[in-house]
Design a protein around this ligand. Structure first.
Ligand code: PEP
Ligand code: MN
Length: 355
């Protein structure tokens, strides 16, 4: 991919801040006034908002472009907004918006990306592509290729996490391995982390931002609002300009030349793999106990005892054989399996006792 090194015009990390949504001119100017000028170089605000459900606030629309221009004129920030179709792209070019980003819900659709790429043909504006909502690295890279194919060379990506059915700690799972794989495949494309949409809440913004810095991400996009609780969209995840300043001051930035950087990146990457594996083990234990419950009910119905020594012996023999094939110690596997079996018996006993 033939790209330009646009990032060198910015400090490291490139910091983009501003509200999830533009709400009014006064709100935009107040936020811009509060931002730490020594650390933030780009002001963000969404004016066309992709919302999950209809009848929500869907953005102020094109009038927000005037407010963005005002922020640039009065405070000297570069300005950025999300574009989701060819019409948005044309309007953003007309208003000379410096950085355009393509949202996660748009990256998933190759027709829409192609249409946007053609509307932006040969632009020297910076175009940042958020990851698609589903964890598909090829789809993400495909969007970059479509843009690059239309002569767009100032490209970057934004990691904002991946959507899942079951929500846990994060609103969108970070799955760090995917942006790191992209970094390996396309080392010339700068990667910016959006901790706001990964977290979905204020408390995790610092932790996720630091993680991104440990991985050598080049920038951060953080949703910032003077009155986060009253924000018209994504209220729980926005932080005040003061809190943003605190977080940015506390961040440890690892330089490219840091001799320990590779070590940190590798360590973080391996720890993430451990976390993912532990989650899978827990999911499987849950599944196993669920099956066990069903067996308990069946045994109860047919008046059979919970503990079946022959079956237990069978399980042990089978697994111990597999364990040694996988290079796991018999003693460890036996201990693990006994604990699982005991829990299973306990659950089935409870079921037997129930009326
Ligand atoms: C946003 O940045 O406000 C936004 C809508 O993000 P995403 O596309 O990541 O959901
Ligand atoms: Mn948002």
């Amino acid at each position: 991919m033939e790209t330009n090194n646009w990032l060198k015009a910015f400090d490291r990390p490139l910091t983009i801040a501003g509200p999830c949504s533009a709400e009014s001119e006064a709100q935009m100017l107040e936020i811009a006034r509060g931002l730490p000028k020594d650390k933030v170089e780009v002001f963000r605000a969404g004016i066309w908002k992709p919302r999950t459900k209809p009848n929500c606030f869907e953005g102020v629309g094109a009038i927000g472009l005037n407010w963005l221009s005002k922020v640039r004129d009065e405070f000297g920030y570069k300005i950025s907004t999300e574009i989701a179709n060819a019409n948005h792209a044309k309007l953003a070019l007309e208003y000379d918006v410096d950085i355009l980003w393509i949202g996660a819900r748009t990256t998933v659709n190759p027709f829409q990306i192609q249409e946007i790429a053609e509307a932006l043909r040969d632009t020297d504006k910076i175009v940042l592509v958020k990851n698609p909502i589903n964890p598909d690295l090829e789809l993400w890279i495909g969007a970059l290729e479509r843009l690059n194919g239309q002569g767009i060379k100032n490209l970057g990506v934004i990691h904002r996490g991946f959507s899942t059915y079951k929500k846990d700690k994060y609103r969108n799972q970070p799955q760090w391995q995917i942006p790191l794989d992209l970094k390996n495949r396309l080392p010339e494309i700068p990667i910016i982390c959006d901790p706001s949409h990964i977290a979905g809440n204020r408390e995790l913004i610092h932790e996720i931002s630091q993680k991104a810095m440990n991985f050598g991400f080049e920038g951060l996009m953080i949703e910032t609002h003077v009155n986060p609780d009253e924000a018209w969209s994504d209220a729980q995840q926005q932080i005040t300009p003061e809190r943003l300043d605190e977080i940015l001051k506390a961040l440890k930035i690892r330089e490219e030349s840091d001799p320990d950087k590779d070590f940190h990146v590798q360590l973080e990457s391996l720890r993430n793999q451990i976390d993912d594996t532990d989650t899978r083990i827990l999911d499987m234990l849950y599944e196993r106990m669920d099956i066990s419950k069903n067996i308990g009910m069946l045994k109860k119905e047919h008046n059979v005892t919970v503990f079946q020594p022959k079956r237990w012996q069978n399980i042990q023999e089978q697994i111990l054989e597999k364990a040694s094939k996988h290079g796991l110690s018999e003693e460890f596997v036996n201990r693990f399996l006994t604990a699982v079996h005991q829990e299973s018996i306990k659950i089935q006993n409870q079921i037997m006792g129930e009326n």
